[in-house]
Design a protein around this ligand. Sequence first.
Ligand SMILES: [Zn+2]
Length: 1125
Amino acid sequence: MPGCFVHHCIVSPRRKPKHRSSSDSESILTILQVLDELLSAGTDRRIHYMISKGGSEALLQTLVDLARTESPDYGILLPLFRLLAKVGLRDKKFGQKALELEALDVTLILARKNLSHSQNLLHCLWALRVFASSVTTGAMLGVNGAMELLFKVITPYTQTCTRTIRVATEVLAALLKSKSNSRRAVNRGYVSGLLRLYQDWHCHDTVHAYMQIRRALLLCLKHIAALRSGREAFLAAQGMEILFSTTQNCLDNKTMEPVTSLVLQILRQCYPKCLLPLVTASSAYAFPVPGVIVSEPSCVLTEEDFEDDDEGEVDKDSDSEDLKEEDNDLETDVNKLSSKPGLDRPEDELKQYEAMCLELSCSFEELESRFGDDLNFEEIECANHYYIPTAAASPKHHGLNKDQSPWGLEREDIVQASILSMVKIERSTVHLASKKRPAMKADQNVDSNGLRIDSSGNGIPDVQASMKEDTWDIDAVSCLRMSASFSNSTRPKEIAKVTEKLLQTHPKDIPFHNPYLYMANARRSRSVADFKMMAFPDLWGHHPPSSAQPMLERKCGVQRIKIFEDVRRLIQPNDVINKVVFSLDEPWPLQDTASNCLRFFSKFESGNLRKAIQVREFEYDLLLNADVSGTQNQQWFYFKVSGMRAAIPYRFNIINCEKPNSQFNYGMQPVMYSVKEALLGRPTWIRTGYEICYYKNHYRQSAAAAGGASGKGCYTLTFAVTFPHSEDACYLAYHYPYTYTALMTHLDILEKSINPKQVYFRQEVLCKTLGGNPCPLVTITAMPESNSDDHLEQFRQRPYQVITARVHPGESNASWVMKGALEFLVSSDPAARLLRENFIFKIIPMLNPDGVINGNHRCSLRGEDLNRQWLFPRAHLQPTIYHAKGLLYYLSSKGRSPTVFCDFHGHSQKKNVFLYGCSIKETLCQAESTVDASTLSEDVSYRSLPKILDKLAPAFTMGSCSFLVEKSRASTARVVVWREMGVSRSYTMESSYCGCNQGPYQGLQFGTSELEEMGAMFCLGLLMLELRSISCSHQLLTRAAVLLNTEEEALDHHLHRCSSSNSSITTELEDEPPCMEEIDYNTDSSSDPEGGCFELDQQIQEYAFNMDNGKEEEENLGWERKAIP
Ligand SMILES: [Zn+2]
């Protein structure tokens, strides 16, 4: 209704513009007043309605008509401008309409005429401001000289007419969003003018009364800096120095906040881009692999390496596009979703896998004779630890050198409690523990590094007493040679002696670990760089802390401080050292041991650090090595640092990270292992570091290195560490390391720990990798009860479960989950026994041994992501995938496809543990496909395992699970096993690198215990799944009932509580809660600080208010102060 009214009222007088009488003017004025009142009341709906009825056009036309009269009537024009601004703000097409109706020109003319009449000028500027919100219209205003006009209004610095200056600056900022306008501004030399002006305002505005003017000036500079020529002009005009010096003392001043954050954006934008300080982007380790021609990417920085200025003038009002992008990746081709492709290889090739499934063919007698034989192991000096540690509880310490018989009864006695009882114990105690966290923090005396976690006596007293730390040459023991005979050192015997002495002192309380065996296995692991050293933590072992560590609280403003520190290198270079102290690319040693800088080392299994540069006395830039045969995937790090001083905060910046965001921004800490702490009885990887943040830096990868994509940006992970001891050797890593040698050692120990009369445990080689390392395949089940036909038949008929892990080498969390699963499966826990008796487990615990050994983050030695190779793997290129798939094909050909297939992974962006599965219906539904999903039949059983795990495992959450099939994932294990083998329960299990934001572990980072527990819980979940299935045998049900009954009450209660409390959360868990500090890890910040309708509305309202109250314009007062009622 109001719209029709407007239209009628305003448009009617227009018919005879030439003969407008004074009564016409009065009626227009009345109409404007009525309209203003109508539109001021109620919501924006009225305005939008009016716009839809052509209200904007009518107002603009009225403006043009009025302005074109010989002596325009400002009595009407001013209220008309106010109304225009109000409506224009809500009309996305307003700029366009103004352009078409020629309202731009008349407004500019009016503005020029009124340069000395601030009130009239102010009104014209309001109109210009809404016109300029469209970039195309803004460009047109620029062509017509709007910028010169505005520049005249705002310069030189004056404190009269601040209201006008403010709007003029804001209009200028809006105009500069247009690239052509920015270019014009650069050519006219406005950049230095704006900088001086900003400086003047900064100096004079000591009480911060004119923040909006200062902010608008910065916005002008920010828009200009989007152009390369703009950045050059900015640097030439000392822009970096000026903005840096105006801000460096106000970083934590809350009032200055709007200004500081903009300054920061501009400084980051203008910081000269440069290439990473590396001789080549290719990995420092070269491996000649079949089918890859290694071409050296050029390292000359070219123009293309930097993002080019976009010529187009684009309005950014299409906002909903991004949301759909994810859905576009969904597979909507029903054929692809539901058809089962044929074999990817000749059928007779499958025969070779018969030998890997002896359980299907061999008879019990053969089995018995096989296991009756001696196990024939080379280095049996180990395995003192025959009890099975449950992942749920920290293992109790055992005395040293206890000479137990390997398969004695003691072992069974130790673990009486079923893991089922752990479920409830864990749930309840952890719950309490997490509630008590502040107290825990206090008595641990946790410094900012989180050290001293174990000081409560978890150490081993006798070892501690007998060991004086200074008897050890830390440098000698912190990284040991695998074999003295290989040594080119002049003192091989002494080294051998040190090793011997060290291992004799080794606290043998670490379950399933043995340094001798580790050392023997390490010699067999083949690395590209031919590593000769072993990292101390891998050799000595890791004992998890008694409780999980809380996430790091992010200090507000930490990122800002770090970025200013970075900018300071450019502006105050006097304390910058810039000395390379470690580099894989230089064959000679880079530092004399006498110098007091830190020493770095990474040439050991899973190690990754390519270069270290001392930037300032206690600050180092670090560069990671790209995956072998590649130029990318820098994320995983693992290196040794020594020569430190205690109690000094060292800052480390890893400057060539690749992912655009990281859990390091949300409470995650890297891990550290101190050799001195280990020798003192605390051999523990702990979360460490503070002042952690992750942000985009000024380095670029060369276009060639980034695979043609021009100037891919790099990210910095920065953290500070205060080391616990002076002259220590510490290891720092992205996540708890777990090497290939650690796996092989673990498997050997597991094999020796089982009772072969009960547990069928077979370790064999699936295939050799490109690097020549055996990829292990493990089979676990129970020995047949007897050799009666019935029992043998039951043995052969057990369904399969297939679990794989660590296809991505940087995801060491997956290995810890796998470790937990393996230990649980061979344990004497009654539930584990039931699992063995009812299933055959085929486990490939490390699908990418080469990647793990060589410190890769994601790829194989060919530089390929192996989890994108499942569709067409080739035996000579991706052997582990080829044979893993072959094994699955073989099982499928025997009609023995696994009940569940699961591939363990680590997730760097999300918290908790969760599953990805495959569902046709959910995919089609999510993609809003036109295919009628209801006509498709689909077994919904893929949801039951995650539902069970949600109730069972503290770290697991159903809320993050997804069952969509993405096109980009068509070649992953999960999708291929689902489609080609028809396994409906085919999953990827993702474990966060960080920790949990729900459940009993909420707010805690994962330690290895929590990850191992997850592995055990996964297996337990498989048992629960079976108990729920229709095919579940009566016998299993009865036996499980006996087992479960003992725990029933507590468990039931618990499960019930979980399911009821989870039902609401399950729908959608917010991935990250809002952070105290807005995390701007990117220079191209998406948040638009330029203010919307509200601010301009407010200005106009305040103006009107003052007019009504008959106040003179108090030009010398800031808006802010006036706004306070
Ligand atoms: Zn992965």
